[in-house]
Design a binder for this molecule. Sequence first.
Ligand code: AYL
Length: 560
Amino acid sequence: TSTIPSPPLPRTTVFNYLFPASSAKAATDNYPKPNLNKVSYIDGITGQTLTREQTETKAKQLAVGLKKRGVKTGEVGCIFGMNSLDWVVACFGLQALGVVVSPANYAYTPSELLHQLSDSTSSLAFVQPALLPVLLEALKLDKSYSISPERIFLLCPKGEKPKDLQNKFESIEELLEESLSKDELNNVVQKYTDGLEKDTAYLCYSSGTTGRGKGVETSHHNVTSQIQAVNLVYEPQTGDDVILGILPFSHIYGLTVVLQQPLTYNGTIVVLPRFEEAPVLNAIQKYKITWALVVPPILIALLNSPNVKETTLSSLRGLQSGAAPLSSDLIQAFESRFPHIRITQGYGLTETTPVSHVMTLEEGQAHRGCIGRIAPTYQARLVDYESGKDCEKGERGELWLRGPSVMKGYWRNEEATKGVFAPGGWFMTGDVAVIDDQGYFSIVDRVKELVKYKGFQVPPAELEALLLTHPDVADVGVIGIWSKEQATELPRAYIVPRGGLSSISEKSKNELSTKIQKWVEGKVSNHKRLRGGVILIEAIPKSPSGKILRKDLRVLAKKE
Ligand code: AYL
């Protein structure tokens, strides 16, 4: 159990927590009074801003506009686009009305998007104009599921609607009802009633320990408890901090920690669509960004870039890395090149909303490579994977977590939910960890299928199912291989060619590998490409029950 006592946990919705009615007191003691005039969001490219008050007002205006178009509390709305101020308004507008937010990765292909749209039962969507073709293509793929054009809204100002779409789709700006009184705006907000905090706020998609992406049912209470808890440990917590908003808002890390949490300490978030060196470096200098939430490959990019001088990052005081392993070597290299910047690490999962382990900048110095200690409100166990017994000190075990920020379950998927919860309500993470004498955890292995490319999930089962449809593939197993240079895993497929390995010459083997690698590129989103290569083998190692023995594949990979 965390050594830090649990903070007060509010019973309210995320919207009412982040935007407490001006007449109401701030939600809790450890929540500074909201500063309505503070700029909360800056578009890092155009320089446009939203104050806290403007964000709240626009969200309510949007909620009224949605309501007028027949959208009701309890429906599910998808947001499909790169980070932008419109994304922010769409997210809070949906939440104000009590619509469940299901954010989709902007890199999705049509079939990947369709899976999330139809599985989540999304009945409306906000989409970045450039991605509209992907959405429309997705809707063509399944006749039994659809969203009518009147419920597809473009994430752009009215004046920026592409000409050919002028009359076909409304922009988010057209939905904003601007001539309403304060009362009319306040009345649209879903009122808190007893127990509402247990309702689902988000459906982010995660493959969990096995299979394809599943909707993670994150409740309002999961989110508010997470923010309350992590605010006790996380830095920064001051209104002077300017945050780099580069991580995708469609991922729980971006959604909770980057988009929402800084509102509770009156921080400013510089919103950027994706990691591209020039705009990121420009934004850091122009807006004097003090704090960045990153994934390890961003550290590598900053460290290796010839365009990053010591002075380029002079405003930055700290970096918090999470979502993927970060080695102490990399931390050390970064901190010796940029001695004024401190790095700390956090750990978590979509299923735990997300951060269950975290540390301060000072602790980060003394415990490089660790993921930190248990965050307030969470409880953890390390359990021997085979015997199911609690581990002795120093032994490796599967990390199990419990607490008010652990998800309700997987959306409409009782079987998958049962598969990840042990008796007593313990969520089994599928990660293997050790704990040291002072309570610091390190992640040392993974017992679930998951591969992570630059912090993004790559579900092996999804790639395997796809590869089995290729005419030259008889059998397949996908694993991640570690790239030190890029500080990430790379997805790799081991493939048994149809007709057997011995029937193919060395030259044709290379050709076939390249052919399959290219074929996959055209069918999956960028982060799922087989960057770790395609290796042809004689047979996929399997257990007697037919399960792929990924451990054995990993041993094979180490030998190469
Ligand atoms: P999901 N070190 C090693 N592996 C990690 C770490 C870490 N610090 N953080 C997450 N993972 C892996 O749902 C681990 O395998 O992430 C875990 O089961 O996309 C999986 O990623 C979860 O994948 C933070 C820290 C946000 C983490 C996060 C959220 C990650 C959500 C902020 O400070």
